[in-house]
Design a protein around this ligand. Structure first.
Ligand code: ADP
Ligand code: MN
Length: 177
């Protein structure tokens, strides 16, 4: 209770997973249901220039992890955030109360990413990332096992179920001492 730290206004949830698994769709719906703040790291990096230029080979910004963490520190201390990013190993472990790893059947994911315009190695690298469960491994290596949950995200029904169960979890969350 009275340990000198300010109580968080809500839990911090990291929603991670291979691109296309439904992080932004799921996080948006969860933010709407819970009034938590949805932070899309990719957008923040672009808006606030938290990068070291463009990577032509990977076709994305070279994210500056230190700048991103500095930018978010105050908000994370305040609590009540949903962080949406396809990576999880560079955030401070203490930030998160829950780490959600979305997973999609790889043929379903292939179609989603093709529709998004991914081709060639960008497409195959992401499919491989999903097949080898790279984000789940990364999450398990970076956070306590009991806060990491893997959720299937193949269908719209999966999204509804995931949002409902996470909303319940947020509702029953209480700040630790
Ligand atoms: P991410 O943020 O992980 O890259 P998005 O939320 O942008 O993924 O979803 C990518 C595309 O796939 C969107 O068109 C979205 O509507 C669709 N999608 C994502 N998750 C699901 C799902 N569980 N069922 C059906 N379509 C989905
Ligand atoms: Mn997204």
């Amino acid at each position: 209770a009275q340990n000198g730290s300010v109580r968080k206004r809500g839990p911090n949830i990291l929603v991670t997973g291979t691109p296309g698994t439904g992080k932004t769709t799921t996080s948006s719906a969860l933010a709407e249901a819970t009034q938590l703040r949805h932070i899309i790291i990719g957008d923040l990096v672009k808006e606030k220039n938290l990068h070291d230029g463009w990577d032509d080979e990977l076709d994305c910004y070279i994210i500056n992890e230190d700048l991103v963490c500095d930018e978010l520190e105050d908000l994370m201390e305040e609590g009540g955030n949903i962080v949406d990013y396809h990576g999880c190993d560079f955030f401070p472990e203490r930030w998160f109360d829950r780490v959600v790893v979305l997973q999609t059947d790889n043929t379903v994911l292939y179609d989603r990413l093709s529709r998004r315009g991914y081709t060639g190695s960008k497409l195959s690298n992401n499919i491989e990332c999903e097949i080898f469960q790279v984000l789940l491994q990364e999450a398990k290596e970076s956070y306590p096992e009991d806060i990491v949950v893997a959720l299937k995200s193949d269908t719209i029904e999966d999204i509804s179920r995931n949002v409902a169960s996470l909303t319940d979890w947020v509702g029953s969350w209480h700040p630790a001492s």
